[in-house]
Design a protein around this ligand. Sequence first.
Ligand SMILES: [Mg+2]
Length: 315
Amino acid sequence: MKLFLFSEKPPPLPPQPASSLPSAKERALGAYLGFALGDALGAPVEFMLPSEIRATHNGRLDQMCGGGWLRLKPGQVTDDTQMCLALGGAMLASGGWELRAVADAFVAWLRSRPIDVGNTCRRGIRRYLQTGILQAEEMREDAGNGALMRNLPVVLGTPDGEAGDAEFARRSVAQARITHGHVLSDAATLALGRMTRVLLAGGGRAACREIADELAARFPAFVFDPWPGRVSGYVADTLQTVFDVFFHGASFEECLVEAINRGGDADTIGALTGQLAGAFWGVSALPERWLRKLDTRIHNEIIAQTNALLSLKTL
Ligand SMILES: [Mg+2]
């Protein structure tokens, strides 16, 4: 695996060759399966330092290894993918959008005793359960990435075009606020979602870079060039790392391996990197050796849900 030096100026972003451009459906499948691959690859090294990952994984982790603090099976996903599937399932059950159905799906997920739950997500879901209130109180601190990490189904299942853009923003913020009442969480969720929408429509990394630059201009916490080197679950740290990896990587595999080997919130950073890289390069770029190990039930559910969500776009 070629290492790329992140202190260097980014190379120009090459366009994809026209002959191999993936279809919209291949991009959508690439995004969702890429997300799950990043979750499953990164979770075993969540909370580790890069030096610990090097020492434990023979220099660099590039396999579905399982283990980690959650003692996972190789290819097992965590709350990131599970919350996406819960949100996507709620959209399908309600034939488009019903915020209470989304909140109820999060409750059902929490009651299924998931392997991992973020603190802010748990608090928000419990508040909904106890009060029926769909919106978290505004938070001063604690802008975690829990709302950002589960927004992909909204990207996949909301119509395109200008009216679709407004609906996408309304749905994204509404689902985010069930648990995260923070302006930076909203901004991150919208920016990453818009980048993914651009990629699904066949746009390139230059168009994504414009969205990332706009976000950083509005909220300096997101300035990502040069990469500040933080990999926590704080939305700004998470997105800075995802942007840095996605804008520099030469392939889907290179992006994901680089993302998870930075450690920290490696599953969510891996998943969101996989979302962008999968939408850009398409499902055929996802390494077969990783897909084979991915939890079969999750793999099948993602394929079925992606197809069904895409059909919601045109309703
Ligand atoms: Mg996780």
